[in-house]
Design a protein around this ligand. Structure first.
Ligand SMILES: C[S@@+](CC[C@H](N)C(=O)[O-])C[C@H]1O[C@@H](n2cnc3c(N)ncnc32)[C@H](O)[C@@H]1O
Length: 395
């Protein structure tokens, strides 16, 4: 491999020209292309002009995407962030260019809350961006299974089982178990004495500490389970007190009681920042990423258009692994590159506006020097390292 081509690169220029130039040495290199193009808001920002006719906007983005696609790996993904101004046009465009079958997800990213907006508003307050995720080839795309911490306990986890091995299990209501361990005659008595909220916190704390004893029952969807599992469910209905178990190689045992599937809370507990937390799979609504307080991230000004490092961290963790290459053809203040660098991914970022490019450049120099303590630095214990090449910059 050409030595220079294995370097991280921050490139000044119009992405349509730059991407065509990259084709020679970077074809099929990138596991992820993340794009955060101008949203066509009709505004003139300090840094760039965001006013184009819908036709021009679409045609320009089509050029960028067409130049970009050959650079993406066959098992890679293209993720484009957008607000609702051009969302419709973008979905149509990407369906055309990549194929509707390659559309993996349309993720809603909650940017802000309604608080702070005038109570009397002409319509719904706009608080969301969208992230359109497409695979280059759906059959080869294997995103990482991410989980997010859940606030509170799913109330369906309401049963305590004395013996998690299920050899001689005794089942009882979880709330009653917690109450009796605290010396109350019943859950009702505990609730009255402690107050409903405090008792609920006690139940949640206990459940987290004894998650292998806490279960929920769920009605199996017959169409979604195999023949053997269906047979177990039918037998279980006929003997509702018995626990029945079907071992399935490569999967969790299918455990049934009273015709219902038993699910253990322990399977949903993970250590997050050293603490056990109940987690759930990532959904297509991301409302847990703060956009507030990011003005100083990276130590560069980029009012309104800078994206949170935490957001790029999630996108990169979803679609890439250590060592993978990531490209951002609208790199702006350099968020994608900074996050890729801190997460051990390799990267190329392209920016057209020289003043914006300079800010990204400063930001990445600080990242490399270990002088950037903002964004995800503390979470990933970033202390600096690595290098990048600045291309197209006047000396
Ligand atoms: C929404 S901002 C990106 C913000 C970035 N995600 C961040 O967190 O800082 C879009 C950027 O794309 C740049 N841009 C617009 N058209 C471009 C093009 N054809 N080639 C390269 N950069 C372009 C703009 O100058 C602007 O800095």
């Amino acid at each position: 491999m050409h030595r220079a081509s294995s370097q991280n690169r921050l490139i000044l220029g119009d992405n349509r020209e730059v991407l065509s130039r990259l084709l020679k040495r970077d074809r099929g290199r990138f596991r992820l292309a993340y794009l955060d193009p101008p949203f066509n808001t009709g505004r003139r920002f300090d840094e760039y002009d965001d006013r184009a006719s819908p036709e021009t906007w679409t045609a320009q983005l089509a050029d960028t995407l067409n130049a970009l696609l050959p650079l993406v790996r066959e098992d890679g993904a293209i993720a484009v962030e957008i607000d609702d101004t051009e969302l419709g046009a973008l979905v149509v465009l990407m369906d055309q260019l990549l194929g509707r079958a390659q559309r993996i997800s349309v993720i809603t990213i909650v940017r802000s809350a309604a608080t702070g907006h005038k109570a009397i508003n002409r319509g719904p307050v706009n608080v969301a961006d969208y992230l359109l995720v497409y695979a280059k080839d759906r059959a080869r795309f294997a995103p990482n299974a991410l989980v997010v911490p859940r606030e509170g306990l799913d109330p369906a986890y309401s049963t305590y089982v004395s013996d998690p091995s299920l050899k001689t299990p005794v089942f009882s209501p979880l709330a009653r178990e917690v109450a009796s361990r605290q010396g109350f005659a019943s859950a009702l008595a505990a609730r009255r004495s402690l107050g409903p909220d405090a008792f609920l916190r006690e139940v949640e704390r206990f459940a987290l500490g004894h998650s292998e004893h806490v279960v929920r029952f769920a009605q199996p969807r017959f169409e979604a389970i195999g023949k053997r599992a269906r047979e177990v469910v039918l037998r279980s209905r006929a003997a509702p007190e018995k626990v029945m178990r079907l071992a399935r190689p490569g999967y969790k045992d299918f455990i049934v009681r009273g015709g219902n599937r038993m699910l253990f809370l322990a399977d949903k507990v993970r250590a997050i920042a050293g603490e056990p937390r109940v987690v759930e799979p990532l959904t297509n609504v991301w409302d847990d990423i703060g956009f507030q307080g990011i003005a100083n991230e990276g130590g560069v000004r980029f009012v309104r258009n800078k994206k949170p490092e935490r957001l790029l961290e999630r996108v990169l963790e979803l679609c890439t692994n250590q060592g993978d290459w990531v490209i951002d053809p609208f790199v702006g203040s350099g968020t994608t590159a900074a996050v890729a660098h801190k997460l051990g991914r390799r990267w190329v970022g392209i920016e057209r506006e020289p003043t914006v490019f300079e800010r990204a450049h400063e930001r990445l120099e600080r990242v490399v020097a270990g002088q950037d303590s903002t964004g995800i630095s503390a979470r990933v214990e970033w202390t600096g390292g690595g290098a990048f090449e600045a291309v197209g910059r006047s000396p």
